[in-house]
Write a protein that binds this ligand. Structure first.
Ligand code: PMP
Ligand code: GLU
Length: 401
């Protein structure tokens, strides 16, 4: 039987980051020696006190439905977090907790976009934004910023991309995949442009806020642009900061009207995020934050090592990042030297010849690049770089089939 799929689903593609991760896992299961640098998730275990809170929640019977938009205790922890870290004030009715920040982003698109509405997405972008916009019948408008501008769009580029149909804009700082972060002044310059267009909502995805090492303090979009507070959605979550990817807790602060609309969508689709995870997230947000700094130190050390290693490879260049656990390298020179036609084929070459899984830049709107996740041990990174070096030299690759 042929299933007649909707036009909507036919417009989107599977997530390339998840696809690479699944492919690497399959090859590993077949006995291939693969180093997976595709997945964007911390390699650390969820800190013990947080995990214990989850176990305790099950024992205590916190195993029932909660309010669709999250428990009051978690909302209060989120409100305290926004005040503590971002100088932002929200009430409970301005907070909604979802099953990961991915669902938060999806809900925002579904709540705001009608057919023909445009969403500005600075590129390189996280792979899922354009497809979420398409799933909501909107039109993604990508605005490219290359390495020569630090992978950050300028106010002039933003102004040029805005049309009467622009309804939404994503900002992701620090950025997946480039690690670039906008300074407060840069966010204000973008804010000045947006101030002139009162119909645009800004979705500021700040999920990498605490994986950050630039000299100047992290700036939240609404904090830098108080005049845009009412139409900024401040998105965050527990996945990256507390190594809680599997627990699926994301959240945002926004206007009451938008949060209510997102709640309606969630209430008619997935309902509340896991009650057990919500309890653990409450403990994570309210508890001792020293685990965050410890993980950040490790990520920074790996960043410095990987970026230096990548820049020492022939035909590869990589900018320093301000945060995240990704290195985004331009590999055009290496592709030319090997006679490889595009970054998808290049990633495939590294997978087959070097046994290293990376994500091709095309999925992030940046052909000619590759993304490596350095959320793994130093030894793994050293081995991966060595394998890539050999593969680029066309030499024998240390790969056990
Ligand atoms: N935003 C960005 C930029 C991300 O990299 C991710 C991780 N895939 C998410 C949102 C969603 O994370 P989660 O759904 O695990 O909270
Ligand atoms: N944020 C991660 C990544 O970009 C997780 C995978 C995903 O959800 O896209 O690799």
């Amino acid at each position: 039987m042929t299933v007649a799929l909707s036009k909507r689903v036919q417009k989107v593609k599977p997530s390339p980051t998840l696809a690479v991760t699944a492919r690497a896992a399959k090859l590993k299961a077949e006995g291939k020696d693969i180093i997976g640098l595709g997945a964007g998730e911390p390699d650390f275990d969820t800190p013990a006190p947080i995990a214990e809170a989850g176990i305790e929640a099950i024992r205590k019977g916190l195993t029932r439905y909660t309010a669709v938009d999250g428990t009051n205790e978690l909302k209060d922890a989120i409100i305290a977090k926004f005040r503590r870290d971002n100088e932002l004030s929200y009430e409970r009715s301005q907070i909604i907790v979802s099953s990961g920040a991915k669902q938060t982003c999806f809900n925002i698109c579904a709540a705001l976009l009608d057919p023909g509405d445009e969403c500005i997405i600075p590129a390189p972008y996280w792979v899922s934004y354009p497809d979420m916009v398409l799933l909501a019948d909107g039109t993604p408008v990508s605005v490219y910023a290359g390495p020569e501008q630090g992978y950050k769009i300028t106010p002039a580029q933003l102004a040029a991309a805005i049309t009467p149909r622009t309804k939404l804009m994503f900002v992701n700082s620090p950025s997946n995949p480039t690690g670039a972060a906008y300074t407060r002044v840069e966010l204000q310059a973008l804010g000045e442009v947006l101030e002139r267009h009162p119909n645009i909502v800004i979705a500021s995805d700040e999920i990498y806020e605490h994986i950050y090492w630039a000299a100047e303090p992290f700036a939240s979009f609404a904090q830098a642009n108080p005049q845009l507070y009412d139409r900024t959605v401040t998105i965050n979550g527990c996945s990256k900061v507390y190594a809680m990817t599997g627990w699926r807790i994301g959240y945002c602060g926004a206007s009451k009207a938008l949060v209510a609309a997102m709640g309606t969508i969630q209430g008619q689709s997935t309902s509340n995020p896991s009650s057990i995870s919500q309890r653990a997230a409450t403990v994570a947000l309210n508890g001792d934050q020293s685990c965050v700094a410890q993980m950040n130190t490790a990520f920074r050390e790996r960043h410095d090592f990987v970026v230096a290693g990548l820049n020492s490879l022939p035909g590869v260049s990589c900018e320093q990042g301000a945060g995240t656990f990704y290195a985004f390298a331009n590999v055009e020179g290496a592709m030319r030297a090997l006679g490889i036609r595009d970054d998808n084929a290049f990633a495939e070459y590294l997978l087959v010849e070097a046994g290293v899984a990376v994500v091709p830049g095309s999925g992030f709107g940046a052909p000619g690049h590759m993304r490596l996740s350095f959320a793994c041990g130093m030894q793994t990174l050293e081995d991966a770089l060595q394998r890539i070096r050999r593969a680029l030299a066309g030499g024998v690759v240390a790969k056990r089939a």
